[in-house]
Design a protein around this ligand. Structure first.
Ligand SMILES: [Zn+2]
Length: 352
């Protein structure tokens, strides 16, 4: 099996930006005119969630923000040997400590601006590489779950569900409670971190950076449904795609179909370092669809001709672009109006 760690080729990182400088006002006009004709498929990445306090993997220079970042490989996580058992203790302890900040994160102005475009059907299909569920949160109470699932595709899965190797699925909050019950000493540690306002450095996938701890003391409880079937040592894994793990065929096919059925492709806050997202851009270009990319910093799509790039943070321009596209509806439709007045702006404090 081919394992690829998402990277942006060094040649792109060392080259100067491919985007011509553009003023925010001109960017608003350009984005609005791109979106105006509708039927826009949209792909989002980690950059979209930064204003919600979730750190992106890469900064504005395209390099990993956490120099110690090492992706978690699927093969290690599901390894049935003793080594795999120890790996899962380490994974689940870090994820246990990192889940709450991701769970409690709130949609920001970009999520709500995109939600307004989804609600008005300008963006009928949104594909996200994020596992934080924030696009869903921005539409909570407006769309039911079935409708959200129809219009939002989580390309890399979700952090909010956990499944065992025998197909039992549990929601993450319940699983988090099980981890707390099994590990009172780590629960106390987490409570103390929270009480003192300390936050471990968290990656967008909920993994935290942790040093000098004994992972061996962490207990990952058995799957209760498996216990009922007298099965032990079932492997528990969040429902997200790890490096080295294949995306389900139906998810891949659906993402491809979303691109085929759209008139144009809008990319927001993504470096397109993962191939599953990059191939969608290539597919759109093959089909001669216009592609607009809104991202700060180098991306894997920079060398591709046919990709128009605007190098500005989405938080500074997208909401105004949506107001321009929707015109009077942005004020008269109370749902849209509320969306365009919603959203936190709380980027992680020590970002580059
Ligand atoms: Zn099970």
């Amino acid at each position: 099996m081919r394992i690829s760690v998402p990277t942006i080729p060094a040649a792109i990182l060392s080259s100067t930006s491919s985007a011509k400088p553009i003023s925010p006002a001109a960017a608003v006009e350009r984005i609005a005119s791109f979106l105006a004709s509708g039927n826009v498929a949209t792909v989002t990445g980690a950059g979209v969630s930064v204003d919600s306090g979730i750190r992106a993997y890469r900064g504005s220079k395209g390099r990993y923000l956490n120099p110690n970042y090492k992706p978690i490989f699927y093969q290690e996580l599901v390894d049935a040997t003793k080594k795999g058992f120890a790996f899962r203790q380490r994974y689940w302890l870090r994820s246990y400590l990192g889940y709450k900040p991701v769970r409690d994160a709130l949609p920001n102005t970009t999520h709500y601006a995109l939600a307004a475009l989804q609600y008005t059907n300008i963006i009928p299909k949104l594909i996200t590489q994020n596992v934080d569920g924030l696009h869903h949160k921005a539409l909570a109470g407006i769309w039911d779950e079935a409708r959200m699932n129809q219009h939002i595709l989580e390309l890399h899965g979700s952090l909010h569900k956990v499944h065992c190797s025998h197909g039992h699925i549990v929601d993450r909050d319940t699983f988090q409670d099980r981890l707390s019950v099994a590990n009172p000493q780590w629960k106390a540690y987490m409570d103390e971190l929270e009480a003192t306002g300390q936050r471990p450095r968290t990656n967008p996938d909920g993994d935290v950076f942790l040093e000098g701890v004994d992972y061996g003391t962490f207990k990952v409880p058995e799957c209760p449904d498996c216990l009922l079937e007298s099965r032990l040592n079932s492997i528990l894994k969040p429902e997200l795609i790890f490096f080295g793990e294949s995306i389900k065929r139906e998810v891949r096919d659906r993402s491809q179909l979303d691109v085929e059925n759209c008139s144009r492709l809008f990319l927001v806050g993504t470096t397109l370092a993962t191939y599953s997202a990059f191939r969608l851009v290539k597919h759109a270009l093959e089909l001669k669809k216009p592609v607009l990319l809104l991202n700060v910093g180098p991306t894997r799509a920079d060398p591709l001709s046919g990709v128009e790039k605007i190098e500005l943070p989405s938080g500074t321009v997208l909401r105004d672009a949506v107001r321009t596209v929707l015109g009077s509806r942005a004020i008269q439709d109370s749902v849209v109006d509320a969306m365009l007045h919603s959203g936190v702006v709380r980027p992680p404090i020590d970002d580059d």
